[in-house]
Design a protein around this ligand. Structure first.
Ligand SMILES: Cc1cc2nc3c(=O)[nH]c(=O)nc-3n(C[C@H](O)[C@H](O)[C@H](O)COP(=O)(O)O)c2cc1C
Length: 378
């Protein structure tokens, strides 16, 4: 991976190595993709203040996330179907995160189950929860996360209804999956990916299969899942989850100050300013546009995390400068995973770590705690 110098290089390699339907599933967004684009574009608009002749010989990315030490202010965001980007993708991404010294978040919609990942890694990981209509199943899922010693629960609150992603429909990433000749040809041209997925532990939703009656069949399972997103979800359900989950709770998917104020009242430890990577409400502001107001409103009461559009260490620095304590990355590591499995995710960390270190040096700061809006040009 010597010639891979940036996340875009990993993206190009991912595109070559993984079938189009799965690459597009990761890469694209909802409707016109305005919010997806704005996430990256608005970050790129933020300019740094170049400083000179400051001793920057002691730069250090170490920080804490939810009170635990982390080697840098990054978390791997929950991403569904990682095991379809690379066989055993969830396990490989979690191993890379733990080797890099940062948290990994396992999605409810993962291919490897909570237990598969727990049995394959040394340290605790975070678990992300989608609350479904079947509350018995959700309670059991939380109990499985407790049994697996997950160290935080990330409750995703921005997916009561599903934003349409045109490209998934065009590619036949529908429920149930649609097999076309072009898809078969595409898969056949990616033998390394096919071999990896066939070697992997599973090829379906690992957390759900077998736990719900009648969902051993992939088609029924997909239909059950699609019908389970709960439009009746309210703040009361957050209380219910708090009564079952004894550990640290993170609310993910907040973009509005009033919602952030409500979130602070729930006793959750952190919130993630996020628009689901431009995959839900198209036309919503970019995450970085929403961040400063939310930090002002509730930053003193809870830890503020950020995601949406991070493709470089410079982007991490921008979000920290506007008040985020740490950043989740989604696509940036999915590209690494598709490009090269565990080594590819490790490469994502190397790229972002080095970019952040250099950016800090050129802005004249040595520690993460020093980063605030004084590093930005006005
Ligand atoms: C392919 C894909 C699948 C995702 N699946 C989930 C999921 O299962 N649960 C969740 O809370 N967020 C999910 N997200 C959203 C991410 O957690 C995160 O908010 C988003 O990717 C951040 O934007 P970025 O990709 O620009 O970094 C997904 C994102 C992508 C790209």
């Amino acid at each position: 991976m010597k010639h891979i110098t940036c996340i875009e290089d990993l993206r190009q390699l991912h595109k070559r190595r993984v079938p189009k339907a799965f690459f597009d599933y990761a890469d694209r967004g909802s409707y016109s993709e305005d919010t997806l684009r704005a996430n990256c574009d608005d970050l790129a608009q933020i300019k740094f203040r170049q400083r000179i002749l400051v001793d920057v010989s002691k730069r250090d990315l170490a920080t804490t996330i939810l009170g635990e030490p982390a080697s840098m202010p990054l978390v791997l965001a929950p991403v569904g179907l990682l095991g379809m980007q690379h066989g055993d993708g969830e396990i490989l991404a979690c191993r890379a995160a733990q080797a890099a010294g940062v948290p990994f978040t396992l999605s409810t919609m993962s291919i490897c189950s909570i237990e598969d990942v727990a049995a394959s890694v040394d340290k605790p990981f975070w678990f992300q929860l989608y609350v479904m209509k079947d509350r018995g199943f959700i309670k059991a899922l939380i109990e499985r996360a407790i049994a697996a010693k997950c160290s935080a629960l990330v409750l995703t609150v921005d997916l009561q209804v599903l934003g349409q992603r045109h490209q998934d429909i065009k590619n036949g990433m529908t429920v149930p999956p649609e097999w076309t000749l072009s898809k078969i040809v595409d898969f056949a041209s990616k033998p390394a990916w096919v071999a990896g997925v066939l070697r992997g532990k599973r090829r379906t939703f690992g957390n759900i299969v077998g736990h719900i009656k009648g969902t051993d069949d992939i088609t029924e399972l997909s239909q059950w899942t699609a019908s389970q997103f709960d439009t009746t979800l309210t703040w009361k359900d957050v209380e219910w989850i708090r009564s079952i989950w004894p550990g640290k709770l993170v609310l993910k998917g907040i973009l509005d100050v009033e919602d952030a104020e409500q979130a602070a009242k729930t006793g959750a430890h952190a919130l993630v300013v996020s628009n689901h990577g431009g995959r839900q409400l198209d036309g919503a502001p970019s995450s970085i546009e929403a961040l400063p107001e939310i930090v002002d409103a509730v930053g003193a009461q809870m830890e503020i995390m950020f995601d949406g559009g991070i493709r470089s260490g410079q982007d991490v620095m921008r979000a920290l400068a506007l008040g985020a304590k740490s950043c989740m990355i989604g696509r940036a590591y999915v590209y690494g995973l598709g490009a090269g499995g565990e080594a590819g995710v490790a490469k994502t960390f190397d790229i972002i770590r080095n970019e952040l270190l250099i950016t800090m040096g050129l802005c004249g700061v040595n520690t993460i705690a020093e980063i605030d809006d004084h590093v930005l040009a006005v």
